[in-house]
Design a protein around this ligand. Structure first.
Ligand code: ZN
Length: 466
């Protein structure tokens, strides 16, 4: 059964002021309902005024996503009744959005982008005593109301949750490179997903935050729909809510159609002309695809590794480049970042930005390996303690009294001794019997109390028995 998924992504734009007033957008950790004014509280008679910066940011995103930007745009009122929007409508774009018809390529496949538009974020609702379906009452914080949101709508081109995850990761990295979005902000990126099985109705899951949750919500929903079909029941068109704790989705309301919102033009705002000279005046920074190409060329690292580093997030790509200034073995650097460093970050459920990993200490670890002071195997152990604590790797080695081979010369002596003591195995090896090599490696490891790197030992034996 083919799965079809389309997503809508809501991104908080990094403007200093809100979309239609001059209130600050820096609401995290602030006293609720302090960053407000008559406009973002929707008082009668208050007049919105468009923040040009938000449109600049929207244009940059549209260009980066290969969209066609409409030469004239306007805003509309989307009517609905809900406490997160006291004026009972949200100023959004409907008839003519900022941009249409773009795409983003992931895993060699083009995901089409239907439209990109700007709208104001509603207030933050805090559900007390339960979640949205079970809370005893709800608190509203209007500090968030009016923050510019960029809504990016894709066509239902995804056929797996993996594709969705790749897309979100790359999109987030692009927006970060454009410096219009901060992924470390809570609720900075929210996703609505439409899911259907081929030939069936679609269900929409609203307001999922966090990439991992998107994947969980989609996986749950796919199984739910497949099970319904298996027992001969129909999937109903409806809006569902994802509960991150139970990792399941629940009916929120029967799906309303876009027309039900009764859109009308916003009479308090005039139409906005977006001229070619306006578009051209906005400087495009280096975007992830170009940065991957440059990494391959400049640092001579494999494209697959460069892609992982750049598409995961901008901070990781910046980390790689910061390390490259003080450590010149780029291949080794890239390898350790995409394998053990990422593994440890994921294990600790943190990003590089949230971690205490710094270029200086990370490079210190790599240099310990290069100097032969620790083996790669030991480094893999050290990194497990280093990532969550940020403690100097040298310090960890000292504290744990980790015995290491002192240098390549010393290791060579041990290898030579083993070769001398095992004439028969050496002859076997020369005769092409691969098992003999492992036998010799085993002896060296035994002598070095497993502190030597088997890979290095293997190479040494091969070199010294030639
Ligand atoms: Zn305001």
């Amino acid at each position: 059964m083919k799965v079809l998924i389309g997503i809508e992504i809501h991104v908080h734009l990094l403007t200093k002021a809100k979309l239609f007033c001059s209130c600050s957008t820096d609401y995290e950790g602030k006293e609720p309902n302090n960053l407000v004014c008559p406009i973002c509280l929707g008082f009668p008679g208050s007049k919105p005024k468009v923040n040009k910066k938000a449109i600049d940011f929207g244009i940059l995103a549209a260009k980066a996503l290969n969209c066609k930007i409409n030469p004239e745009i306007f805003f509309s009122r989307k009517s609905y009744f809900y406490p997160d929007m006291p004026k009972n409508f949200q100023i959004s774009q409907y008839e003519i959005p900022l941009a249409v018809g773009g795409y983003l390529e992931i895993l060699g496949k083009k995901i089409r982008i239907r439209r990109i538009h700007l709208e104001e974020d509603p207030a933050r609702l805090v559900h007390v005593g339960g979640d949205i379906t079970s809370a005893t009452h709800v608190l509203a914080d209007y500090n968030r109301a009016g923050i510019p949101l960029l809504e990016i709508v894709t066509e239902p081109d995804f056929t797996s949750t993996k594709e969705v995850r790749e897309f979100l990761s790359k999109l987030s990295s692009i927006l970060e490179h454009l410096e219009i979005f901060d992924p470390s902000k809570e609720a900075g990126l929210r996703v609505d997903a439409n899911i259907s099985l081929e030939g069936g109705e679609r269900a929409e899951i609203k307001n999922i935050t966090g990439f991992a949750n998107v994947e969980k919500a989609l996986n749950y929903e796919i199984i739910r729909q497949k099970n319904l079909r298996r027992i001969g029941k129909k999937v109903e068109r409806e809006t569902r809510h994802f509960d991150a704790e139970t990792r399941s989705t629940h009916t929120l309301r029967k799906k309303e159609f876009e027309e039900d919102y009764g859109y009308i033009f916003e009479p308090d705002l005039t139409k906005i002309e977006i001229s070619q000279s306006w578009i051209k005046s906005l400087k495009m920074p280096e975007l992830p695809d170009k940065r991957v190409e440059r990494f391959v060329k400049q640092y001579k690292i494999p494209k697959q590794q460069a892609s992982v580093i750049v598409y995961i997030d901008k901070a990781l790509a910046d980390f790689f480049e910061d390390c490259s200034k003080i450590y010149k073995n780029y291949k080794q650097l890239a390898k350790w970042i995409v394998t053990d460093l990422l593994k440890c970050l994921n294990w600790n459920k943190i990003t590089i930005r949230e971690s205490r990993v710094k270029p200086k200490s990370f490079v210190e670890l790599l240099k310990l390996i290069d100097k032969g002071k620790i083996t790669e195997r030991l480094a893999k152990e050290i990194i497990k303690e280093y990532v969550p604590t940020g403690k100097s790797p040298e310090q960890i080695v000292k504290e744990k009294k980790l015995v290491t081979i002192k240098g390549k010369k010393e290791l060579e002596k041990v290898v030579l001794a083993v070769i001398k003591e095992n004439k028969k195995a050496v002859d076997d090896l020369k005769a092409g019997r691969k098992k003999a090599l492992e036998f010799l490696v085993g002896h060296v490891l035994k002598k070095t109390r497993k502190t030597a790197d088997p890979k290095v030992v293997r190479e040494l034996i091969e070199k010294l028995t030639k």
